[in-house]
Design a binder for this molecule. Structure first.
Ligand code: ZN
Length: 262
């Protein structure tokens, strides 16, 4: 059985809302921070935006054969997300949007139409606004949107629009944009470019913060192991972790940016 985070005392800071584009993004990018800081919040809620798969074959583990349908992939990925959430003692919400067509499709078909992107953005903002209205959110974490993946950009843009629009929330709550793994490591300059783009486009300031996750890395590895459909074998699991600072380097870090109004 997966050993989870033990919540042994009542704490002080309301709900921590973590937004991820797909099941696995919060875990791969941010689980070390989540494990290290989980107990300082009364509750944790993970909102998965693109919680439905939209295609069939390539890119998944070999046990998802070519006849597998979208529903099978969606069910499989949801089950993995639920196991991670249970281990984190987290509630879950979804936007029930289908992910963009990437693996197994050509670059052209992967590009969503402009109206689809706008529709996604408003669906995401509506879902988050509803959650913010429901109870006090002590901290909101969402992906920076630096990943070379359309879904991540859509989520990042939607949240930046939203927090720029509700400046009262920015003043009252902690807002953090986290670095996406493993995408950020595919193109190291993409993160710096994105930070600079965000500060030009929105009236926001991004201040980097670094979480040392060395002490919780074993726990993060076990949590990453939940997502077997994304870690096709032991090698890819090691590779995914190595990119985050294991290997020869002595410490592991996760990066995020504190988002404040200008
Ligand atoms: Zn993702």
């Amino acid at each position: 059985m997966l050993q989870g985070v033990q919540i042994s005392r009542s704490s002080r800071r309301g709900c921590w809302l973590v937004i991820e584009p797909h099941y696995d993004d919060a875990c791969f990018s941010y689980a070390g921070t989540m494990v290290a800081q989980r107990t300082t919040f009364d509750s944790l809620c993970i909102l998965t935006i693109f919680s439905r798969s939209a295609y069939i074959v390539a890119g998944y583990a070999s046990f998802v054969n070519e006849r597998s349908v979208t529903k099978t992939v969606s069910t499989l990925r949801k089950a993995e997300g639920m196991r991670f959430a249970a281990a984190m003692a987290a509630e879950t919400e979804t936007c029930d949007l289908p992910e963009v067509l990437l693996r197994g499709y050509t670059a052209t078909s992967a590009e969503p139409r402009v109206e689809d992107r706008l529709e996604c953005r408003s669906r995401i903002q509506e879902a988050v606004r509803t959650m913010l209205a429901r109870r006090p959110i002590g901290r909101l974490s969402f992906p920076l949107g630096a990943a070379n993946h359309m879904d991540h950009k859509i989520v990042g843009d939607a949240l930046l629009d939203l927090v720029a629009d509700i400046s009262a929330f920015l003043r009252q709550s902690e807002v953090l944009a986290y670095r996406e793994s493993p995408y950020a490591f595919d193109d190291p300059l993409s993160v710096a470019r994105r930070v600079s783009y965000v500060e030009r486009k929105w009236p926001l300031i991004l201040t980097p913060i670094s979480q040392d996750t060395t002490d919780v890395m074993e726990q993060k590895l076990r949590l990453m192991g939940v997502f077997t459909s994304q870690l096709t074998d032991e090698l890819s699991k090691i590779e995914a972790v190595d990119r985050q600072g294991m290997g020869d380097r002595p410490t592991c870090r996760e990066l995020a940016w504190r988002v404040t109004g200008r």
